[in-house]
Design a protein around this ligand. Structure first.
Ligand SMILES: Cc1ncc(COP(=O)(O)O)c(C=O)c1O
Length: 389
């Protein structure tokens, strides 16, 4: 049986490294090795003297210690270092799921969060994020109707890619209670943690790892910390048996983390707050520009401003777009290919992530965002294109 295609990666592989105007990415602006070491007080000379032998399968103890300190209630032993964040999704699903198991997953979602579980389990059910006029919300009643004592695993991602939604603390605690009441595992992907539009010194909701024993939490340095090329990620697993079984799966994928990545990840975590603050500042200023753009363009787009993360979903009114463009589109996928091929403007079709094909994902974390937004706006003449008789 074949796994479903990873549509986001397939789409990116067509344009990611050639499009001039990147508006689709979920990661925040990155840095160079030299800049990172400069910030952390490390030196290129020390980095150069690193030996390139095998490393510890569970990860370097200092790396795990720095990770554990980003939680309230997590020990060094609870942390498993990965060779990339996405690897943690594969390893967790392989460890937990068997044919016949029931899984409930927040939808839409980053492709891997759905497809690996769907491929392995017996019954996969989507728990739909609900669009409202003002934003997005979760429907806890729907969750309660989907989860029962046969549910093995609930999969969520907060802050959420692609919508930029994050629940209130009250709703998050209720979600955990649903998992607890049904004694199921909760996979909480927190890779955008710390990116909040109104950040007040610490994330507004706790990490699931700190408040639920059966939570498995994914995080890494790709998004909030702007270092996707490091391929640095980790899982927090407080259950010893599951952790050991997962490391057993890891022996079949990557065995151990890459030594240069571990070295640089330790440097990055030692200045993690500075890197995260840099990303937040950029996302916040890009969000202001994006909100103004959406207001100028009303009613072409319906805008639901994100409250956290580095992405948002834009809903397109295709009837209105037909009046503003010389070409007609009836779905977001065709529109995204058109913008990428003809204008070098890259937006991600929401359909890649399981959205209705009238949404595009916009990424708010890059330095060139405002120039790219202007390039998109230039493709939308302000006066309506006269309709042909
Ligand atoms: C929600 C979520 N989880 C995990 C990942 C995987 O991160 P990486 O590509 O750095 O492995 C991504 C990447 O887009 C993501 O959006």
């Amino acid at each position: 049986m074949k796994i479903k295609p990873f549509l986001t990666e397939q789409f990116f592989s067509l344009y990611e490294f050639t499009a001039t105007h990147m508006l689709a990415s979920s990661d925040c602006e990155t840095t160079t090795v030299a800049e990172l070491l400069n910030l952390s007080g490390g030196s290129l000379e020390d980095f150069g003297s690193l030996k390139l032998g095998y490393t510890e399968s569970q990860g370097h103890p200092e790396y795990r210690r720095l990770v554990s300190e980003t939680y309230e209630n997590v020990s060094v032993d609870d942390v498993v270092i990965l060779t990339s964040p996405v690897e943690g999704i594969y390893l967790t699903m392989q460890t937990l799921l068997e044919p016949g198991d029931e899984v409930v997953a927040l939808s839409p979602a980053y492709d891997a969060l759905h497809h690996v579980a769907d491929h392995l389990c017996g019954k996969f059910q989507a728990w739909d994020l609900v669009p409202t006029e003002a934003g997005w919300k979760i429907d806890l009643e729907q969750l309660k109707s989907l989860v029962n004592s046969k549910t093995k695993l609930i999969i969520v991602n907060f802050p959420h890619n692609p919508s930029g939604f994050q629940p209130t603390i009250g709703d998050f605690e209720q979600l955990i209670e649903v998992a607890r009441a049904n004694d199921c595992w909760l996979f909480c992907d927190e890779i955008y943690r710390g990116l909040e539009t109104e950040f007040k010194g610490k994330p507004a909701i706790p990490s699931a790892a700190d408040i639920y024993d059966k939570a498995i939490v994914l995080n890494g340095l790709s998004k909030t910390y702007g270092l996707p090329g490091l391929r640095a990620g980790w899982l927090v697993i407080r259950d010893k048996q599951i952790r050991e079984e997962l490391i057993g799966w890891k022996h079949y994928t990557t065995i151990c983390p890459a030594a240069p990545t571990e070295y640089l990840a330790i440097q990055a975590l030692s200045v993690g707050e500075k890197l995260a603050e840099r990303s937040r500042t950029l996302v916040q200023s890009n969000l202001v520009a994006c909100t103004e753009f959406m207001q100028r363009q009303r009613p072409l787009f319906q805008w639901r401003p994100p409250t956290a993360g580095s992405t948002a979903l834009v809903e397109i009114d295709f009837a209105h777009l037909a009046k503003r463009s010389t070409e007609t589109f009836d779905n977001a996928t065709d529109y995204c290919h058109h913008l990428a091929k003809n204008y070098g403007v890259l937006l991600l079709p929401g359909a890649c992530l399981g959205c209705e094909d009238k949404f595009v994902r916009i990424g708010l974390g890059r330095a060139g965002f405002q120039t790219a937004l202007a390039a998109w706006e230039a493709t939308l003449p302000t006066a309506a294109v006269p309709l042909a008789n």
